[in-house]
Design a protein around this ligand. Structure first.
Ligand code: SF4
Length: 196
């Protein structure tokens, strides 16, 4: 399981466990790490966009705007808890990387499909991510990772040692993934297009 997903679980468990208490060291640490990771990811997106990279998905414009805002305000560097709180206080900058699903979650609780009960969570349930969520944005890097993963699955499916039903399942999964990548390639927008 990816670190990001584990981190999401950890954060949820700890947040629930300590919900009745005032802010403490654990919360401070989690807030700091959440903000630091978000800033790093948004700076990566900003740099990719500056180099002509594209973003797709229903939250593509939100991700582009978030990357620009983070760059102007923090430059990818969160070094104090005050900065961390400042970043987290801006809902537009609450961006989570879901490496398992190859996407960025531009978390808007009202749109989130991963916890439809609308419980007390203030972070997404990355391990329950839904492909049709309006908070999804993908970068060119995600599309490349998806294509690489699909190619690996097809290579595994081609093994003569694999039972036919299992090989079929791998090919289906590869086709499913390839569709995400193809959608990205045809619908991606760039910063230039945004400003033209
Ligand atoms: S379902 Fe939506 S809100 Fe939940 S993790 Fe996925 S993109 Fe984020």
């Amino acid at each position: 399981m990816a670190l990001a997903v584990q981190y999401g679980h950890l954060r949820t468990l700890i947040s629930e466990g300590y919900a009745a208490r005032s802010r403490n060291g654990v919360h401070e640490l989690l807030d700091f790490e959440t903000a630091r990771i978000a800033a790093e990811h948004l700076t990566d997106v900003h740099e990719a966009l500056e180099n002509g990279g594209g973003v797709s998905g229903p939250a593509a414009r939100r991700l582009i705007n978030a990357a620009g805002t983070e760059h102007r305000r923090f430059g990818g560097m969160i070094t104090t808890t005050r900065q961390a709180h400042s970043l987290l206080a801006d809902p537009a900058l609450n961006v989570f990387h879901n490496s398992e699903a190859f996407l960025f979650c531009n978390y808007d609780r009202a749109k989130a499909l991963c916890h439809p009960s609308r419980g007390p969570q203030t972070i997404p349930s990355l391990d329950r991510c839904r492909p049709n969520c309006a908070n999804i944005a993908r970068t060119d890097e995600h599309a490349s990772q998806i294509e690489d993963t699909a190619a690996e699955l097809r290579a595994q499916a081609g093994s003569p040692l694999l039972p036919a039903p299992l090989a079929d399942r791998l090919r289906q999964k590869a086709d499913h993934l390839a569709q995400f990548a193809a959608e990205h390639r045809t619908s991606r927008i760039t910063v230039d297009e945004e400003h033209s």
